[in-house]
Unconditional design. Structure first.
Length: 224
């Protein structure tokens, strides 16, 4: 069995397919988007959006805002960048419109990042079989007779490299690139759903607090 697996390993063919796919994908989408996609893939190995931690941070911020007002409050921002920027916008401007604007902006940015990352890996999945074919064609060029060489051994080696190059291209596309694109999309959808629920809760609480503040001011004016 170990010999069988070793016979399926050709570092030269694997190098051509992986390196060629990566370079071609980076050339198509740009190095910035390519690097961003790799970071998104790396995030799949880590814990995603944590609703409880972010809810606790927003609840503490809400308490401080209700006590000191939006302009004087200085709460710790939630660990999630999008929610943190939303809260920061409200602290700076103090209006519900600023909350909604910041939320829409961050939602669009996150959606664009997720779409770009998934597209990069989808392109990589399309390119991987192409470079598998390129590796196959390169291996066929090694079939030319070599004077003084072991023709049979070299021929079998070239055929093996040709077949494995095609295999590597297909495996890279369907076992890595396309699954990564799908996984990034699924995780982004789950995170955004949880993030949106927290954002809506926070905005609703801020709106209620603003309404109560207006009622209190009206009562004070009436007493005066």
């Amino acid at each position: 069995m170990p010999n069988t697996f070793m016979s399926l390993f050709d570092p030269g063919a694997l190098g051509v397919v992986v390196t060629g796919t990566a370079l071609a994908c980076a050339a198509r989408c740009g190095w910035r988007d390519f690097g961003a996609a790799l970071r998104q893939a790396d995030c799949l190995l880590r814990r995603g959006f944590n609703p409880e931690t972010n809810r606790k941070a927003l609840a503490l911020a809400l308490t401080e805002i209700q006590r000191d007002g939006s302009h004087r409050a200085n709460p710790a921002l939630p660990p999630d960048r999008s929610l943190g920027l939303m809260l920061d916008a409200y602290l700076r401007h103090g209006t519900l419109e600023s909350l909604h604007t910041a939320r829409r902006t961050q939602r669009a940015i996150v959606a664009a990042q997720q779409t770009n990352a998934a597209q990069v890996f989808a392109w990589a999945g399309e390119l991987a079989p192409v470079f598998g074919l390129i590796g196959t064609l390169y291996a066929f060029t090694q079939l030319a007779p070599i004077v003084g060489g072991d023709t049979v051994r070299l021929t079998m080696q070239a055929i093996s490299t040709a077949v494995l190059s095609t295999l590597y291209g297909a495996l890279l596309a369907h076992l890595l690139c396309f699954p990564l694109a799908t996984a990034i999309t699924r995780r982004a959808a789950r995170n955004e759903s949880a993030r949106e629920a927290l954002a809506e809760w926070f905005i609703d609480q801020i709106a209620k607090a603003a309404t109560l503040a207006q009622v209190r001011r009206a009562q004070l004016r009436g007493v005066a």
